[in-house]
Structures are given as structure tokens and as C-alpha cells.
Design a protein around this ligand. Structure first.
Ligand code: ADP
Ligand code: MG
Length: 139
């Protein structure tokens, strides 16, 4: 059975453009409950750790430097079948391929500045949520 929580992060590009309110509204209107939420900024070291899974990919260094270049809004979200439902809501990695109405279609500018992160599995959702939030910050 699939889990009911996922992890997301509004990325520095969307944060810089003041899209956070609109994106959180879209997330809530899609039926996701906010379990944890904050505004913060990752150091390069934290971004390296968070994206360790991508360390062999050619875009790893650019990704980590971009993700530590400005503020982000990490959050834990709850909904039935959360991981899959949230990936549908955000759309394809490259906004050019994202379906109309998805968050990346609405707010992302490019494959590297693509506005938002969404976990790809229940296991990673848990790991990524725990990267940013302690138990007492989850409601
Ligand atoms: P997703 O975020 O859709 O799960 P991936 O896990 O494959 O996508 O990649 C993680 C992040 O790395 C993407 O959201 C994007 O910011 C960046 N990325 C992925 N592919 C590329 C690429 N070909 N060029 C530049 N950045 C990329
Ligand atoms: Mg991914």
C-alpha cells in the first residue's frame, strides 16, 4: 500500500519571484494538508547531502549551487497516495513537457529552475522530510 505523505520544496527561482503563496494555495486546493512548513536556505554542503542520490549526474554541481543560492520552502504534505498524486500536481521535470495546469507549467522557467521538488517514493519522502524537520515540527 502506498503511503499518505510526501515531501516538497519550493525552489529558489519560485521563491525569488514571490510565487510561494500561489503555489501553496494550489497545493492546498488540490487536497494536500500541510504537516510541516518553513522558510530556510541550504548551505552548499546541505544541498550536496540532500542531492547525494544525483552525485554522478552531470548537472549535480549546478543543481547544488542553484539550490543553495536563495531561500527555499520545504514542507511535508499529507494526502492519500501522496507521492504519486503530488508528482502529478507538479508535472514533468522539464516545464516544457509539463501538462497544462501543473505547478511546473504554471511557475517554472526551465529544467534546472523548475520551481518545485517532489519526492519520488515513500522511502525518499520520509528521508527528505526528516532532513528538514524534527518530530516536534510535524503536526
Ligand atoms: P525531478 O525533480 O522531477 O524528480 P530529477 O530527480 O531527475 O527530477 O532531478 C532532480 C532535479 O535536478 C530536477 O528537479 C532539476 O532541478 C535538476 N535536473 C534534472 N535533470 C536536469 C538536466 N538535464 N539539466 C539540468 N538540471 C536537471
Ligand atoms: Mg527526483
Amino acid at each position: 500500500m502506498s503511503g499518505n505523505r510526501t515531501f516538497t520544496m519550493i525552489k529558489p527561482d519560485a521563491s525569488e519571484k514571490n510565487f510561494c503563496g500561489a503555489i501553496l494555495k494550489q497545493i492546498q486546493e488540490a487536497g494536500f494538508k500541510i504537516i510541516a512548513l518553513k522558510q530556510t536556505r541550504m548551505s552548499l554542503k546541505q544541498a550536496n547531502d540532500f542531492y547525494q542520490i544525483h552525485s554522478e549526474r552531470p548537472f549535480y554541481n549546478d543543481l547544488c549551487s542553484f539550490m543553495s543560492s536563495g531561500t527555499i520552502i520545504p514542507a511535508i504534505l499529507e494526502k492519500e497516495n501522496a507521492v504519486e498524486e503530488f508528482r502529478k500536481l507538479i508535472g514533468a521535470t522539464n516545464p516544457a513537457n509539463a501538462e497544462a495546469g501543473t505547478i511546473r507549467k504554471n511557475y517554472a522557467e526551465s529544467i534546472d529552475k523548475n520551481a518545485i521538488h517532489g519526492s519520488d517514493s515513500d522511502e525518499n519522502a520520509k528521508i527528505e522530510g526528516n532532513f528538514f524537520f524534527t518530530e516536534s515540527e510535524k503536526f
